[in-house]
Design a protein around this ligand. Structure first.
Ligand code: PLP
Length: 356
């Protein structure tokens, strides 16, 4: 295999790309991976062996600590192509900052900026042909960090591995989502790790989500652990409502993941002089607004979906049909604007795009 050496990152390229086997008009999310991956190891208190190599199986001891005690955190971001064919990342420094917030909370080492950003840049550059150009499609990028000690005692791992893998994908949700407000199971508690992109947060959510799906909903809306009244998040999305022309979203804290899409949507709303409130919002307030016909919009925000319109909310055995998705002015406008910024069709006033 041809090997090239940069100052920091060794690169071993594939001898034969798999790209011709991929149907870019028919992409499922997260099932097909690009030719290469990035790996860096943390050993003896240092980051070593940063390397790009062919995507493939990795060997692992069955005693690998992350598998047992969950020192496992991740990020998600996307790369897009503009009309000139240049590859752009959306706010990657925010993902870099956030993975280190997660690392701190999970007693894992932080990742140096040079390793995160150079690994990301060189990997996406090498596999830039894998960034799709079809409408709504993008290259999903999954950085993650796991404890790798071969040891089953409970303690922070001494050794870690940081990976980046990438997957071309089409649009995430194709239709508006029906959500069920969950008041029995909880996602996060004050003092816990709800604000961390930790693997364990997702494993625990699958069973309640499956119960909701068996009843015909797509996703759960989590409520607070104390009162089961205040709305928190939905799936891997932050939640937003437009009531009486005011954009309302739950405030950040221990129990809520600080979404980059959330921040971007709030920033654009403020740019447009919309009234924005980051405050607690209860299911009672949402239903009350629905009954008074002042609930105009409800949607989730996240990298995977960008904006997912919520068409129906189930709560305590009743389904509330929300206003028609076609009539939702703000969520359509902000969704379009984010798409346009990402593909270079709208001005990037906040310097969100990072050219590879
Ligand atoms: C990743 C994630 C989000 C969305 O964050 P983005 O940075 O917008 O992708 C929201 N909630 C949870 C629980 C998440 O894991």
């Amino acid at each position: 295999m041809p090997t090239t050496q940069s100052s920091l990152i060794k690169t071993k390229k594939v001898t034969q790309s798999r790209i011709s086997e991929i149907d870019f008009n028919n992409l499922n999310f997260g099932k097909v991976f690009s030719d290469h991956m990035f790996i860096a190891d943390y050993k003896n208190g240092e980051w070593v062996d940063a390397e790009i190599m062919p995507y493939g199986q990795v060997q692992m001891s069955p005693a690998t600590s992350a598998l047992h005690y969950g020192q496992s955190i991740f990020e998600g971001m996307k790369a897009y192509k503009n009309d000139k064919g240049e590859v752009l990342l959306f706010r990657p420094f925010e993902n870099y900052k956030r993975i280190n917030i997660s690392a701190d909370r999970m007693a894992m080492p932080t990742i140096p900026q040079a390793i995160f950003m150079e690994g990301l840049k060189q990997l996406v550059k090498l596999d830039s042909q894998w960034v799709p150009t079809t409408e709504g499609a993008s290259l999903y990028i999954r950085p993650f960090l796991v404890g790798t000690d071969e040891y089953i005692g409970v303690k922070p791992s001494d050794e870690y591995r940081f990976y980046i893998i990438t997957a071309p994908g089409g649009a995430y949700y194709t239709e508006p989502v029906k959500v069920l407000v969950e008041t029995n199971f909880i996602r996060a508690v004050e003092g816990g790790v709800g604000f961390v992109k930790a693997s364990g947060n997702y494993g625990r959510s699958l069973y309640p989500t499956r119960l909701a799906q068996q009843r015909g909903y797509h996703q759960i809306v989590w409520t607070d652990a104390r009162n089961h009244r205040y709305l928190e998040e939905s799936g891997t999305m932050n939640l937003m409502f437009v009531i009486d022309d005011v954009l309302i979203t739950p405030p950040l804290g221990d129990t809520i993941l600080a979404g980059i899409t959330r921040d971007s949507v709030l920033t654009l709303a403020r740019d447009w002089h919309m009234k924005v409130q980051e405050r607690k919002i209860s299911i009672d307030e949402v239903i009350d607004a629905h009954n008074r016909e002042t609930l105009q919009e409800a949607f989730g925000t996240g990298t995977a979906a960008t904006i997912a319109h919520i068409s129906l909310i189930g709560f305590e055995g009743k389904d509330y049909q929300l206003p028609p998705v076609e009539n939702r002015i703000f969520s359509h406008r902000v969704s379009k604007e984010l798409d346009n910024i990402r593909t270079g069709k709208a001005e990037d006033k906040h310097n969100w795009m990072y050219k590879i």
